[in-house]
Design a protein around this ligand. Structure first.
Ligand SMILES: [Zn+2]
Length: 312
């Protein structure tokens, strides 16, 4: 029988992976067993999540942000006598499908209707009821504490989770994997995302735990690599635009999704829209003077890499 894999990170702290489905397709989560038992982002896989909830009987279920691979499980599991927590800034995304569509695909009716159909009929999206919201918060679990750290940018309420007594930082979707950061819906923000990475980089962690790329033992280096990626992407986009390369060509070549031709519909439409959004977010920052204007010290930190990344 399929079962969730539990990897012990420390006493009472477990990394949960869905087993057969790779975490870059679905997502991994955390189980914290202290004075209270907390699940964070368990999995997109409904059956596995339900089994685990019934077996472990957690007190609190937390979604790090509204994206479906992190929140759909809340619709699949038994919630009686459990608290459900969602980010304060994303309250509407959990309760109202039209709010969800506003923030992701926006108002273009054909795409909006298509996404609504996918959500309702394919993914069985439904409002989460009776949840409470969180922003920056500390939860005393007895032997250790859970610090909730808002880390917006990837999404408006995206949050990270830090356990200072064990120096474990669960950075969720901040983007430490091989594909780099993702900010592909309308509600994403590059400036907030960079700010969030800078904040997480100051945290003293020995283990950096991610939703889609496993666990890293060099948090500072991984977060530095991630930061650099924003600057290099911007430099490449600026250079291409100066050379007269069209926006369509940039999207086709991919800001994040480099091999769209390998993907079938309707996914191809959605990843194309996400790359368009990522390009739009970069263009907005470039029009305002570029990342260098907003983060001059960080630009200097990467100056050599940025200059090496472009051909001129
Ligand atoms: Zn996400």
């Amino acid at each position: 029988m399929k079962e969730m894999l539990q990897k012990k990170l420390d006493t009472g702290i477990f990394y949960l992976e869905p087993g057969e489905t790779p975490i870059h397709i679905t997502s991994a989560g955390l189980m914290l067993c202290g004075r209270k038992k907390i699940f964070i982002d368990i999995s997109m896989e409904g059956e596995l999540s339900e089994q685990l909830v019934l077996r472990e009987n957690p007190d609190i279920l937390i979604a790090s942000h509204y994206h479906l691979d992190h929140s759909l499980w809340l619709r699949r599991v038994e919630k009686d006598n459990r608290e459900v927590w969602a980010p304060h800034k994303e309250e509407g995304y959990f309760s109202d499908i039209e709010h969800f569509l506003d923030g992701t695909v926006g108002y273009e009716s054909q795409l909006r209707d298509q996404f609504r159909t996918v959500l309702k009929f394919f993914l069985k999206w439904e409002p989460v009821e009776g949840f409470r919201t969180f922003s920056e918060e500390k939860v005393d679990l007895g032997d250790f504490t859970l610090h909730i750290i808002p880390s917006p940018g990837h999404s408006p309420g995206h949050s990270a989770f830090y356990i200072p007594e064990r120096k474990i930082l669960f950075c969720c979707d901040i983007g430490v994997g091989q594909y780099g950061p993702w900010y592909g819906w309308r509600d994403s923000s590059i400036l907030e995302h960079v700010d969030s990475v800078l904040r997480l980089r100051t945290i003293e962690a020995q283990a950096l735990v991610s939703s889609h790329d496993g666990i890293f033992t060099n948090p500072y280096e991984k977060l530095t690599d991630l930061l650099r990626e924003f600057f290099i992407r911007e430099a490449k986009i600026s250079e291409a635009l100066e050379k007269g390369i069209s926006r369509e060509k940039l999207v086709e070549d991919g800001i994040y999704f480099k091999s769209k031709h390998k993907v079938s519909e309707p996914q191809r439409t959605f990843i194309t829209v996400q790359d368009e959004n990522m390009l739009n977010h970069h263009m907005k920052v470039i029009q305002e003077g570029g990342l260098r204007t907003f983060f001059p010290d960080i630009w200097q930190e990467f100056e050599k890499d940025i200059k090496n990344s472009v051909s001129t």
